[in-house]
Design a protein around this ligand. Structure first.
Ligand SMILES: C=C(O[C@@H]1C=C(C(=O)O)C=C[C@H]1O)C(=O)O
Length: 291
């Protein structure tokens, strides 16, 4: 026979009642899935990263009380990951570089426990798996500021070409990251690709690939972008290949492919000979937004 006090027993009955309410609502939320899937019948990809970001921002905006925001985000990531998987086939291709499991962890944390993950040995294989429809989305590790020279073309360069609905960058992980512990290395990051365009959310970043001649400094590139009205947020990677340099750059805001500022970038006297939008994403939540 339990020794717990009557008041504890009563509190536990309250918790059981609340759990059942949460559970009922979860089942109700899931019951909408058929209608949601039907409304997307003409779309190859059911995932909507922009909508998911809107939901999380809205909930965090109304949140109060003791329950930790990070835990709130994690619960909703699990719910949304499960619901995407109920709308049709959904799988995640991950570039598991070397023995590192960090991209797999990022993918699990974002897409939840239910989504099947498949590890690939190269980022190029991940892009192909997504392009061919073998995977719904791909997760490729990102180390901002990466410099590559004369190796095989990086995966992101291949997103500038392709017809039909080629893979595009649609999210940056972690969407809800925590600040690294003091002295600890930068936490792992990744980009998510899928065969659809990013939906504007009102707080977004755009990823551009810029082609220049050699010896274009970061400062020069920043100046040229700013002069064209595009605010560079971060230089994500550079690929130096003989006389052709490719730069993957993150821009503040949502920039559509046909934006006049992109045309202005490729002016005859400027160092940029080609500019392509390869995707975009809802700006990830800052660690401050989660405390
Ligand atoms: C339910 C939808 O499909 C997916 C699941 C979502 C959810 O569980 O809220 C949100 C966006 C989509 O990734 C939707 O598009 O609204």
């Amino acid at each position: 026979m339990s020794q717990d006090s009557d008041s504890l027993q009563q509190l536990r009955r309250d918790i059981d009642r609340i759990d059942e309410s949460i559970h009922d609502l979860l089942m109700q939320r899931s019951a909408l899935v058929g209608r949601i899937a039907a409304a997307k019948a003409d779309s190859r990809v059911t995932l909507r990263p922009g909508r998911e970001a809107d939901i999380l921002r809205r909930l965090l905006g109304r949140h109060s009380g003791e329950f930790p925001k990070l835990a709130l985000v994690r619960i909703w990531r699990e719910i949304m990951g499960a619901l995407v998987g109920l709308q049709g086939p959904f799988s995640v291709a991950v570039h598991a570089a070397g023995r590192s499991t960090s991209a797999i962890e990022l993918a699990r944390n974002h897409f939840g426990m239910v989504a099947p993950l498949h590890a690939y040995r190269s980022a190029g294989q991940v892009v192909r798996a997504v392009a061919d429809g073998h995977a719904s989305v791909g997760v490729v590790p990102l180390t901002p500021g990466t410099e590559l020279a004369d190796e095989a073309e990086p995966w992101w360069a291949s997103l500038t070409v392709g017809s039909g609905e080629p893979p595009r960058v649609v999210a940056r992980l972690p969407f809800a990251g925590v600040a690294p512990a003091q002295g600890a290395p930068e936490p792992p990051q990744a980009l998510v690709i899928a065969c659809r365009d990013h939906d504007e959310t009102g707080d977004d970043r755009t990823v551009l690939v810029l082609e220049t001649g050699p010896e274009v400094s970061r400062d020069r590139l920043r100046a040229v972008l700013s002069a064209a009205g595009l605010e560079p947020a971060q230089l994500l990677a550079i690929y130096r290949h003989g006389a052709v340099w490719l730069h993957m750059v993150e821009i503040l805001g949502h920039v559509a492919g046909g934006d006049a500022r992109l045309t202005a970038l490729v002016a005859p006297r400027d160092p940029i000979s080609h500019a392509s939008v390869i995707g975009g994403y809802a700006t990830p939540l800052s660690p401050e937004a989660l405390t």
